[in-house]
Design a protein. Structure first.
Length: 349
């Protein structure tokens, strides 16, 4: 105990005569007394070894000394203007003669670039852009599109249901075809529009699939519309997007909302038809589904199927972008990796 009291008396006497003339001296005082290995910390460490009888009296003296040290430091620091904020401001002083830092230029997302390009191509053909809600009811997402309840075709699309209610469940839309139904219900033919947007399906995430992705669907309804109109429209679209000389083929398929239906392939843009992982060695890549609108869909939407005919098509923007930019992993589109996105700096549209 005597050793600690002697040190306290010694430092107290030193404190009485402490009169720093600048901020550097104040900082020296702090480093000596107040840091983790300073005088105060050492005194409190020694205090732990004092007997229980002596701790009461010594503890009071030690605490009073600590308060005098902290008070003296704060008073001198304030008097000399060496506040923490001053130190921060001083450390941030910049040399104004240095050249300025360049502003990093951003870029559009590749999916946005391709969506914009698709929209521009169809706008030249007279198509308008229509949009609708991402949360849909059963009628617009399934029933009106020739998916009656318990129809086996519903198994083709694993759905995220939000609310189950008798006769009209609420879910995240599985395709933008629901926008087509809303358009036909609220207007009168002719219709010529495309419907870009995000859709959701309960699928395992991999390099080729995701639980959310983007679609562009198209609809053209008028008197006398034929399958030949559909083929020529899509042929023109492919030549505009991928360049002249891109080969196209149609294969018979099945979709509940079109009859007849087809899937359209193009010659692989990555291997030029030679065969690669993207086209699975076939030289062809499917890019969209299409067909003539089923008469039931027209009637469900209040359109006379004996007077009007039409075609519809739908494509995944991710698939189109994969082929255009030779991107092999679909997950890159949603990971926000700057290294990936920076590749599109030159694609500012």
């Amino acid at each position: 105990m005597a050793s600690i009291l002697d040190k306290i008396n010694q430092y107290t006497e030193e404190l009485k005569h402490w009169n720093p003339e600048n901020a550097e001296k104040v900082e020296e005082f702090r480093l000596k007394f107040l840091v983790s290995k300073g005088v105060l910390k050492n005194l409190f460490d020694e205090f732990k070894s004092v007997s229980s009888e002596e701790k009461r009296a010594l503890g009071k003296v030690l605490n009073e000394f600590k308060q005098r040290v902290e008070q003296a430091y704060n008073e001198k620091k304030e008097a000399l203007g060496t506040t923490d904020q001053d130190k921060k401001n001083t450390s941030k002083i910049q040399d104004l003669s240095l050249p300025g830092s360049g502003v990093e230029i951003g870029s559009r997302h590749p999916l946005s670039l391709v969506r914009k390009e698709i929209v521009e191509i169809f706008k030249k053909l007279g198509f308008t852009v229509a949009e609708g809600p991402e949360i849909e009811d059963d009628w617009h997402n399934f029933t009106a599109l020739n998916f009656p309840a318990e129809h086996p075709a519903r198994d083709m699309q694993d759905t995220f249901f939000i609310k189950k209610q008798e006769g009209n469940d609420i879910a995240l839309r599985t395709h933008t075809s629901s926008v087509q139904v809303r358009m036909m219900e609220s207007g009168k033919p002719p219709f010529r529009a495309i419907m870009p947007g995000r859709v959701y399906r309960n699928e395992a995430i991999s390099a080729r699939a995701h639980c959310f992705f983007h679609q562009v669907e198209g609809l053209y309804i008028d008197e006398g519309v034929s399958f030949a109109d559909l083929k020529q429209t899509l042929y023109h679209f492919v030549q505009e997007l991928y360049g002249e000389g891109t080969k196209v083929r149609f294969r018979p398929s099945y979709f509940p909302f079109t009859e007849p239906s087809a899937e359209m392939d193009i010659s692989c843009t990555i291997c030029k038809g030679a065969g690669c992982n993207m086209c699975k060695g076939s030289g062809w890549v499917e890019i969209l589904g299409c067909g003539m609108v089923d008469p039931n869909v027209l009637e469900n939407s209040g359109i006379d199927s004996k007077k009007y005919t039409g075609f519809a098509f739908g494509m995944g923007i991710e698939r189109i972008t994969n082929l255009k930019y030779e991107i092999k992993d679909l997950r890159l589109f949603s990971e926000n990796d700057v290294r990936f996105l920076n590749q599109f700096h030159t694609e500012l549209l």
